[in-house]
Design a protein. Structure first.
Length: 109
């Protein structure tokens, strides 16, 4: 967990009010009793970095950010599901099945 004070040092282009707004919107999760005590898990620190890039570096409109976050969440979810499926296939003793799946995937990429 990374405390908010360390985050503000790490991401100098962010301020407490901006982070508080993102937490209030549900775009990022914070642990703790209030903004002064907030701490963030590594996944949420990565989300804060993404939000900073979208809002500061890319100057993305605030109305577009939830759409982008939703689409990225869907992509990450699909990647996790595909990774799980590939792990199951890799553990399979059926070499023909593995070869067919690998061939089908290579055609799609």
């Amino acid at each position: 967990m990374i405390r908010i004070d360390m985050l503000l040092i790490r991401f100098t282009s962010l301020d407490r009010s901006q982070i508080a707004d993102w937490v209030a919107r549900g775009w990022v999760r914070a642990e703790g009793s209030g903004p002064a005590d907030w701490a963030f898990a590594e996944i949420d620190v990565a989300r804060l970095q993404l939000l900073r890039e979208l809002s500061v570096d890319l100057a993305l409109d605030e109305d577009a950010i939830p759409v982008v976050l939703s689409l990225l969440d869907q992509v990450y979810s699909l990647r996790r599901a595909l990774r799980t499926a590939m792990d199951v296939v890799a553990e399979s003793a059926d070499n023909q099945l593995r070869a067919r799946i690998a061939a089908a995937l290579s055609r799609e990429m």
